[in-house]
Each structure stands twice: as structure tokens, then as C-alpha cells.
Design a protein. Structure first.
Lengths: 448, 376
């Protein structure tokens, strides 16, 4: 594999293009604070970003750092350092990317120059984890605090009822809601202790209001993708999640998502698509290969567009009463979980998604999406190091087959380009599209 | 001759015999058999509800193609192996399934398994990861929901007296196992590690009362005539679940003795009694949640979480630790670098064997073990 095979994704929207100016400005603001020795919290997706903002906490997302390292082709440098330290190549490469970074910081006393941002992620003053979605998250921050930086850790512990339990049973609801409420209270207690600040709930309420406003624009933008031709692409989609992570609760984020909504709406009204001839309307499952986002453009060159992505999907947006902002955070997770239950969430019990920012699996949701988004096929990225997101792809493929929708599962990774074989993968992607053509002409599909 | 006499007199602990026994027992008693994976959902409650608990295990080296049609190949080979057994009908003698939210793979398998092979009764026993007061409260409430689900399946109420009786029977198992483990502190250790694993495997299969008979018989035999007579490097096994003695036999064949363990089908569930001097569900929470040393539970940062391993290594005068990790076993693979460094600092060398639950290639694994034993 040579790096020349990898290409960065070309975005289609002016709004997502603007991120190139917007994010460096934001990162500069962050860096100024970091360089003035303000404590930095390392956080995981699943920690309510509104809460971090309410504490005016400087924060970094090691997961996002992993995506940046991947897209700059430097992740292997960090992952290798972690593997040399004894971490298995099978482990989540977002984690091993961080572990390698930590190892190098610890060994040299300096921020590795390979880091995508000047100052890298700095070093953490506290770790705020979340067990939402996967198990490596429990071990990740535990190991960082054991091995590299002796700092306090709080990992939130959201649980959701399994698919065959009725969450509308008031006793079951109370069983889980009690845990969610107490867990959030524990998180706040931790933040108050380690920032020395009291939570200002009025301030949190304002942040939540703006955050939900941004999320509503984002949800409405995604719904516009039902239009044919598809007005935006996956490269836009996957990059557009970043403002919600870093600029949550800011007017800037609301503006960003509002502008994006308006741009996409305008494209829909004027019938502007991202490819000249839209031959295949697909759904994407799994994490993207961050080191080679250009693969989406390659598929577009063959007339294939993704109208929906299962990962990082904001999903239905829930109107919650902000009068009690803490209960609002609990309820938005719970309401989302209830919705997922309705869809039949047999493959992933952790649907209580505190970030409103996750994946989905649900049999009847597939029926709905196929119909509403006029889908004709599915591509599933089976990421070797992220079983959490990949799990359920074979099942989903079986479910889609029942709806007459063909799927391709192909293997690689989200951050480690060493697992990407460009020629082989592209041949498979192309061959899959050809089988879809044949199927359309009346042949049978036999793809795995 | 009654069933117990027929089976327990000459029980040689093999799984096929145990499964045969369970099938016979089910026929004679009319009780449903409930299969379970992992150690968070107490079998004591299953028994008290009038069912027969049965710990589901794998078939090492078995192919996983049936499971591959429903789940991804990137995932724990152990649970995919078990799921294959289910899909191929090997577990058809089960009436119900209980899976605990222990590791990611197993809890996610629950949904897929019950989708493709539904049971008359199934339950996902949800378990928090933290040991906060509210997580403990959740676990305790979950025990109650689990009990209720069993009651509605079997139609039998789990009264405190019946539950206490079952706990006593299981605690008797624990006392006997502790007694056998105590023999392993000797040099030579009195019982082969491979034999001990077989004996522990029977504990997941037999009802506690019958298991007591088997343990008592074995203990009497061992006291009269210790089985392992030769001295050798004293090895502790740490890591992923091991339900087959292949690895232990390799160690024995290369001159070592497995004298203790920290694995799922090992000393973990037997080490301590379930306290009976407090409210029963509080005792079960303490035993199965707070004290149960599975690395999936967050015991906070720092190496104190490994102290019990060091303590055990010292009690059993261990020369070295052999770690065993099944492919994609995240909880153990994440702990490995920290544990390796911690034990190294204490002068205890560690060898890690990574495997896909096939114990193959056996010769290559054996060569590594041999080389490791030579360094001790």
C-alpha cells in the first residue's frame, strides 16, 4: 500500500467547504487557551458536550484526534508505538492511536511533531469517558490514567433495556432512568470537584437550547437527502459532524447547520445533485475510512451516491422540555432509545445514546429507510478494529436481502490505512455495482 | 440404580457425559434447562425457580461457518463457536437462555441469537460497568427483574428460604473447591491443572447438590492418593475464558504444573462464599458484581486492580504467569500491557499466548511454553 493510493475527500457543499476556514479559527482559540496552561479534559463521544461547555471546560476528543491522524496519514506512526508497547493490533485503532501518542509524549516529554494540530491534544488534566457504545472505552481511559497520566477519571455508564424488554413498562423505565439520572449526577459532581466550579443550570439551559436548534437543522438537512438527485454526499456528511463536537451550544454552530440546511434545500429545489447521472442510491454502514475519504468520490464517479449513513446519525430529533436541563439530557437519551426499540434494535443494546450521535440497527427502520430514501443497495464497511460499529452488519445484510436490497460487506479499518488495499477494494466496490446492474436487468444477486 | 448413582460414580467430567446427564435429569424431573453464559446472573436463582442451570461452553477448533451467516467474522471466536453449536442444534436440549452483559460480544450476540434461534425463555441480564452506589443498586434491582422473569417462566415463586437453600448448596461447592485448591499450594500440587479444569467444568453442568457429591468423591480420592506427584515450574493461568484443557496439557507435557488461575471458569466464582449473614440479594450483589473479578468491570485506574492476582501468585508460589487471550477479547487485551509490567516489577515473568480458540498450531504453542518454562 502506498500513500498515493489514499486521497482526501472532495466535499460538494459550500458550507462544509467553509469548515476549512472555520475550524482552524476555532482550533487557534483552543490552542491559545491550551498554551496558557488551562487544564484540558479528554472526552469521549457520549459525554454530553453541552455539559462541558457549561463548565467552560477546554476539551479534546481522542476519537476525533484519531480521525485527524488517519486523514493526515500519521495514525500508523502512533498505532505502531502502541503496538510496540504491547497493545494488540486487534484493538480499536482510535484507542491505539491515542495510546501511541501518550507513549511518545511520556517518553520524550514533548508533543510528537507528527500530531495533526500544533500542540497535539496536549496532556489531559482529567478524563471524561463514556461506556456508551463499546467496551474498549472502559479500558481506554483506565489505561491512560494507569500508564501515562495520573489524572482523575469519570466514565459514565449508560445502559439501555435489551430489545426484548418492554421499556414502556413503568417499572422497567424507572429501573433504567434512575441509573441514567444518577450517572449524570455523578458526572456533574466529578466536574464540579475537578473544575472548582458550580454548574450553572441556566447557562446549561441556554447551551442546550442552541445545541438542539443546531441538531434540528442537521436532522432536517438529512431528511432533505430523500430527494433525487442526492443534494449532498458522504464527504459532506462525515465532515459536518465536527462542529457539533467542538462548537456545541455556540451560535456559530447554529449558523453553520442553518446555512447547510439552506444550501441543501436550495439544491433540492433546483434539482442539483452531486453526480451527473445517479445510477445507484446506497446506504452506508459503519465508520468511514478516514485515511481515504476519496473513496466516496471514486464511487460517485461510478454514479453511486449515499443518501444515508448509519453511523454518527443524529436520527430523529426529540423535543424535550428544557425547564429542567438535566432531566432534558436524560430524557433525550431515553426518548431516542424508545424510538430505537420501536424499530427493533436486536443487535445493539446500548441505544441510550447520550450524545444523540450514534449508529443504529433496527429491522423495521431499514424498511422505512429503503422506502423513504429510495435506496437500491447498501455498502458496509467492516472495520476490523471497531467491532462495536461493525457488529450487526451481517444481520443487517440478511434483513436487507429480504427487502430485495443487495449489500456488499468489505473489510478495512477506520484509522489504520495498513488494512486498506486500494486496488482490491475498489475492484470489489465496482464489481458490486456491476452485479446491481445485472440484477436490475433481471439477473440474480449473489454478493457477499 | 438411580440417575446420580449411574452418573456420578463413574463421572469422568467429559462434557458429552454431562450433557447426557442433564438430558436424563430433565426427562426424569420435568424441569426446564436454562443455559447461561458468563458469571453475573446467579445460577442459584435459576435453581431456586425450579429450573436446571447449565453453563454453555464451546467446542474448541470447531468451525464457525454457521455463525458466520449471522454475525461478523471479526469478533470473539469463542462466542461465535458457541453460537455455531446452537445453530447446528447441539444445544437443543436447552429450554432457555440467559446471557449477561459481560463483554460486548456476548451481550450483542444475545439479540442475534434470540432472533435466529428464539427460545421459550430468554433473558439478557444487564450489568453496569462501574462500581458506584447507583450501579450496585441497579444490579440489585436487575436481580429482582431476573427472578421475576424466571418465576413467570417456571411458574414457581423464588421464596427466600428456597434461595437461601440453593446458596448454601453452592457455597458447599465453593468450600470443597477451596479445599482442593489449597492442595495446589503444595509442591507437587496434588492435582493436575487439566484435571482441575475438567472438575470445574462439571460445576457449570451439574446441579449444585450433585456437584457436591462429585467434589467430595474427588477430594477423598485426592487425599488418599494425590494425583500430581512430580514437581515442575509452577504456573498461573490468566486471561480469557478457558473451557478446554488443551493448554493445560501442553504445560504439563512440557514439565510445568498449573497451580492456580484467574480465568472465568476458574477460581473466580468459587473463591468466596455468598454471604448469608445479610439480605440475600445484597449478598448476591456483593458476590456476583462487586467481588467478581472480570476485567470488563471498571475498578478505576491504577494497578491496585491487579493486586489480587499478585496475592494469588504469591499464595500459590507461582514461578510464572501464562496469559491466554482469545482473538478480539478486548477486556483482557487492554489489560495485558499494564498487568505484564506490574507483574514484571514484582519479578514474575509473563508469557502471552494469543489464540482463536483452536489451541492450534499446538506444536508452536508448546514450543513457546517450553522456552518460557526454561527461563523460569
Amino acid at each position: 500500500m502506498s500513500q498515493s493510493e489514499m486521497s482526501r475527500g472532495k466535499r460538494h457543499l459550500k458550507t462544509t467547504g467553509k469548515m476549512k476556514e472555520m475550524l482552524p479559527r476555532f482550533f487557534m482559540r483552543m490552542m491559545e487557551r491550551k498554551f496558557s496552561n488551562e487544564p484540558v479534559a479528554w472526552c469521549m463521544v457520549g459525554v454530553p458536550p453541552e455539559l462541558l461547555k457549561a463548565f467552560d471546560l477546554l476539551f479534546e476528543w481522542p476519537e476525533n484526534f484519531g480521525t485527524m491522524c488517519a486523514s493526515r496519514q500519521v495514525a500508523p506512526h502512533f498505532i505502531q508505538a502502541a503496538e510496540n508497547d504491547g497493545y494488540s493490533p486487534e484493538l480499536c485503532t482510535y484507542v491505539t492511536n491515542t495510546m501511541g501518542y501518550c507513549r511518545l509524549v511520556k517518553d520524550t516529554g514533548e508533543i510528537p511533531e507528527e500530531s495533526p494540530l500544533p500542540g497535539g491534544m496536549g496532556t489531559p488534566a482529567m478524563l471524561l469517558g463514556s461506556g456508551f457504545i463499546c467496551e474498549p472505552r472502559w479500558k481506554w481511559f483506565q489505561s491512560i490514567a494507569t500508564r501515562f497520566f495520573d489524572v482523575p477519571v469519570y466514565s459514565s455508564d449508560p445502559l439501555a433495556p435489551p430489545w426484548d424488554v418492554n421499556p414502556n413498562d413503568p417499572r422497567i423505565a424507572e429501573h433504567y432512568l434512575t441509573l441514567l439520572r444518577e450517572d449524570l449526577a455523578g458526572q456533574i459532581e466529578f466536574l464540579e470537584k475537578h473544575t472548582g466550579k458550580k454548574l450553572d443550570t441556566d447557562h446549561l439551559k441556554e447551551i442546550l437550547a442552541r445545541s438542539h436548534q443546531a441538531l434540528a437543522y442537521w436532522r432536517d438537512t438529512l431528511a432533505l437527502r430523500k430527494a433525487i438527485p442526492s443534494p449532498m454526499g458522504s464527504t459532506d456528511y462525515f465532515h459536518a459532524i465536527i462542529p457539533q463536537m467542538y462548537l456545541v451550544g455556540d451560535e456559530e454552530a447554529v449558523e453553520f447547520y442553518r446555512e447547510m440546511y439552506e444550501e441543501v434545500k436550495d439544491r433540492v429545489d433546483r434539482g442539483i445533485g452531486i453526480v451527473d447521472e445517479e445510477k445507484y442510491r446506497l446506504i452506508w454502514f459503519g465508520l468511514p475510512p478516514w485515511f481515504n475519504m476519496g473513496v466516496f468520490n471514486y464511487l460517485e464517479s461510478l454514479g453511486a451516491v449515499f443518501a444515508y449513513e448509519s453511523t454518527y446519525n443524529v436520527g430523529d430529533y426529540f423535543e424535550v422540555d428544557l425547564a429542567d436541563p438535566l432531566e432534558a439530557i436524560v430524557q433525550r437519551n431515553w426518548q431516542r432509545m424508545l424510538k430505537m426499540h420501536e424499530y427493533g434494535a436486536e443487535t445493539m443494546p446500548e441505544l441510550c445514546n447520550p450524545a444523540v450521535f450514534g449508529g443504529f440497527t433496527g429491522s423495521s427502520l431499514l424498511n422505512e429507510l429503503v422506502e423513504q430514501y429510495s435506496l437500491t443497495g447498501a455498502m458496509m464497511h467492516l472495520t476490523r478494529s471497531c467491532r462495536a460499529v461493525s457488529f450487526g452488519e451481517v444481520h443487517t445484510k440478511n434483513r436487507l436481502a429480504k427487502l430485495g436490497i443487495p449489500s456488499l460487506i468489505f473489510e478495512s479499518d477506520m484509522a489504520d490505512p495498513r488494512l486498506w488495499s486500494d486496488a482490491q477494494i475498489k475492484t470489489r466496490l465496482q464489481a458490486f455495482l456491476e452485479t446491481m446492474d445485472k440484477a436490475r436487468q433481471g439477473g440474480k444477486i449473489n454478493e457477499s | 440404580m438411580n440417575l446420580d448413582d449411574r452418573y456420578l460414580e463413574k463421572m469422568n467430567y467429559s462434557r458429552s457425559k454431562n450433557e447426557d446427564y442433564i438430558t436424563q435429569l430433565k426427562k426424569e424431573t420435568g424441569k426446564p434447562v436454562i443455559g447461561y453464559l458468563c458469571c453475573f446472573a446467579p445460577p442459584e436463582i435459576i435453581s431456586a425457580a425450579g429450573a436446571i442451570p447449565y453453563r454453555i461452553t464451546g467446542r474448541p477448533g470447531g468451525d464457525t461457518s454457521a455463525a458466520d451467516a449471522c454475525v461478523e467474522p471479526y469478533g470473539c471466536t469463542y462466542v461465535r463457536n458457541i453460537f455455531t453449536r446452537a445453530l447446528e442444534g447441539e444445544l437443543d436440549f436447552l429450554d432457555g437462555l440467559v446471557i449477561s452483559h459481560s463483554c460486548d460480544m456476548v451481550q450483542r450476540l444475545y439479540g442475534i441469537w434470540t432472533y435466529y434461534r428464539p427460545f421459550e425463555y430468554s433473558y439478557l441480564f444487564n450489568v453496569p460497568h462501574q462500581l458506584t452506589p447507583w450501579a450496585k443498586d441497579f444490579f440489585r434491582r436487575e436481580l429482582g427483574f431476573f427472578r421475576e422473569s424466571l418465576e413467570s417462566f417456571t411458574g414457581q415463586k423464588v421464596c427466600p428460604e428456597k434461595l437461601a437453600e440453593e446458596i448454601k448448596l453452592y457455597n458447599a461447592n465453593r468450600a470443597l473447591i477451596r479445599e482442593i485448591y489449597a492442595m495446589r499450594r503444595n509442591n507437587p500440587p496434588g492435582i493436575k491443572g487439566s484435571k482441575m479444569l475438567d472438575l470445574l467444568m462439571a460445576g457449570g453442568t451439574l446441579p449444585a447438590g450433585q456437584y457436591n457429591t462429585l467434589l467430595q468423591n474427588t477430594l477423598t480420592e485426592l487425599k488418599e492418593q494425590p494425583e500430581e506427584k512430580k514437581q515442575g515450574a509452577r504456573i498461573m493461568i490468566w486471561g480469557s475464558i478457558i473451557d478446554h484443557p488443551a493448554l493445560f496439557k501442553m504445560i504439563e507435557e512440557t514439565g510445568g504444573n498449573v497451580v492456580c488461575d484467574d480465568t472465568c471458569i476458574g477460581f473466580r466464582v468459587w473463591e468466596k462464599d455468598i454471604p448469608l449473614d445479610k439480605e440475600l440479594y445484597e449478598g448476591l450483589t456483593e458476590h456476583y458484581f462487586v467481588n467478581f473479578q472480570c476485567p470488563r468491570t471498571d475498578r478505576g485506574p491504577g494497578t491496585e486492580r491487579f493486586d489480587y492476582i499478585l496475592q494469588r501468585a504469591r499464595e500459590y508460589k507461582v514461578d510464572g504467569v501464562i496469559g491466554y487471550c482469545i482473538s478480539f477479547c478486548d477486556p483482557h487485551k487492554f489489560d495485558y500491557p499494564d498487568l505484564r509490567d506490574y507483574l514484571k516489577k514484582e519479578g514474575i515473568p509473563v508469557l502471552l499466548i494469543e489464540d482463536n480458540y483452536s489451541f492450534e498450531p499446538a506444536e508452536a504453542i508448546k514450543t513457546r511454553i517450553q522456552a518460557f518454562l526454561e527461563t523460569l
